[in-house]
Ligand binder design. Structure first.
Ligand code: PMH
Length: 387
């Protein structure tokens, strides 16, 4: 394993054993015949695509799903020879490249197939047809559209329809009416499909929420994203805890400056914070350019197993905290994760920002090196900016 050097005192840790645990827990819940595609788009939801993909496949995932052809190509180049699916839009002119690299692409437009068929495609092109059953994003919505696509596929021997899929908009909600409506629309399209298409294809519908909550309704495979990383898709699913998850991501830094500031002095841009008394102020070398955005002013961090608030505006590369006492330069600061019996979870940061857990690791920028651990032991470090 390589240890890419980095020269800063802020880093994210990714516990790969948690990825392994989360996949194995889902497997216990799924029907034995349902396979898992690990969703590693957006650089593995900010955790690192290659490292997560490697661990997910070792844990028993059968394939990898991403949003973009670029992301799939990166994985092929890194040596992954498993099934790879691009779930978003691929340009029809890039169909030959996808075919050559044996990357499955998502289709939902007759025109797309026509344009792709005009290219010189070197090998069979694997297609997954997207059905829009209520997400309203991409996919065919009617049997007429389906028939038009199937005609194009049938007329071109180079096209291989491998699978048909849909995506749920509300699988993580308490209210299941809309989810059931989407399932019904899927079944309606499916009964038409069964009548007109006789060749073998696979079906996949479930994201984390659907696969954990309704495992018996999952088809050939599920697309497991957020919960593979140990995060629940919503507070409803978190309360339900259909499977026990272990979060993989944590974020750390160190104090780089500690000083006593007398009363009535201001801290940081805009002078938005003024000391009330003599206060110990610590500086942390991480800022909004690292994804620790200005709205996190007032949020706590952990030092010495205790909570300390962020005071003053968060700068591009640094921010300040109010300490309960003097600490030496170099003292570890945890922004997400555990120190002794205290923990700041991704959920807490997401709640503070009034957003969803998905956004938090994704927003920690590539300037923050990722350190990989297995059962607490460092196995690799990667500076995403330089790799
Ligand atoms: N399948 C598709 C088509 C997706 O877009 C996503 C996540 C997943 C599966 C995995 O879902 P999960 O992470 O809830 O398990 N897509 C997105 C998105 O577009 N915005 O947030 C999550």
């Amino acid at each position: 394993m390589s240890f890419a050097p980095f020269y800063r005192d802020s880093w994210a840790e990714v516990e790969l054993s948690a990825i392994d645990h989360n996949i194995k827990e889902l497997q216990k819940r799924l029907q034995p015949e349902t396979k898992i595609y690990a969703v590693v788009k957006a650089n593995g939801y900010g955790h690192g695509d290659i490292e997560v993909a490697d661990q997910a496949l070792k844990a028993g995932a059968s394939g990898l799903a991403v949003a973009l052809l670029d992301e799939a190509l990166r994985l092929r180049e890194a040596g992954f020879d498993c099934p790879l699916l691009v779930m978003g839009w691929t340009r029809p002119e890039d169909a030959p490249l996808a075919a050559e690299k044996e990357i499955a692409v998502t289709v939902f437009q007759e025109d797309w197939l026509r344009q792709a068929s005009e290219q010189s495609i070197p090998k069979p092109l694997k297609l997954h047809m997207k059905w829009d059953t209520g997400m309203g994003r991409i996919g065919i919505r009617t049997t007429e559209e389906m028939d038009a696509l199937l005609r194009q596929i049938e007329q071109n021997a180079i096209f291989r329809l491998e699978a048909v899929f849909t995506h749920f908009a509300t699988a993580d909600d308490e209210e299941s009416d809309y989810y059931l409506e989407q399932e019904q629309r899927f079944e309606n399209l499916f009964s038409h499909f069964e009548r007109v298409w006789t060749k073998d294809v696979e079906f996949h519908t479930g994201n984390s929420a659907a696969s954990m909550r309704f495992p018996e309704r999952m088809k050939h495979f599920v697309r497991f994203g957020i919960s593979m990383y140990g995060l629940y898709p919503s507070s409803v699913v978190k309360e339900e805890r259909p499977i026990p998850l272990s979060p993989a991501f944590s974020l750390h830094s160190r104090l780089i400056h500690v000083k006593k500031v007398e009363a009535n002095q201001s801290i940081s841009y805009g002078a938005t914070y003024t000391t009330e008394q003599d206060e110990w102020i610590g500086t942390i070398p991480l800022g909004y350019a690292d994804g620790w955005i200005r709205k996190l002013q007032g949020m706590d961090v952990l030092v010495d197993g205790k909570r300390h608030p962020i005071v003053g505006r968060i700068c591009m590369d640094q921010f300040m905290i109010r300490l309960d006492q003097e600490y030496p330069v170099g003292t570890k600061v945890t922004l997400i994760g555990k120190q002794e019996d205290q923990e700041i979870t991704v959920d807490e940061v997401a709640d503070y920002l009034d957003t969803i857990t998905y956004e938090i690791p994704c927003m920690i920028s590539s300037r923050v090196p990722r350190m990989y651990k297995k059962q607490g032991e460092q196995v690799k470090a990667r500076h995403l900016l330089f790799s």
